[in-house]
Design a protein around this ligand. Sequence first.
Ligand code: SF4
Length: 109
Amino acid sequence: MAYVITEPCIGVKDASCVDVCPVECIYEADDQFYIHPEECIDCGACVPACPVEAIYAEPDVPAGMEKYVALNAELSNDWPGISRTHEPLPDADHWAGVKDKFAELQRHP
Ligand code: SF4
């Protein structure tokens, strides 16, 4: 099992998870963070740190977000690891309140 970062991270990238992860297994893409499933030690420390409830243990990933299990496994290999936190994205407050981010991106690309 590993932990998985899901859709609420998109457009937010608060990065509080990075501060608490003891093994630096979080990777930064342009739009969101991903967790490398083979590096994650399943400690769960990142879950309460995330202000938008984007992180779940793999068996608990909400319905409709199952694709993020594969996306974390795949894209954590394609993006650089992040070991220091940074400020959330400039529009984080807006995106934190958007429920269907892909629909919102189509309305306001
Ligand atoms: Fe890092 Fe622990 Fe979260 Fe895995 S569960 S990403 S090891 S903080």
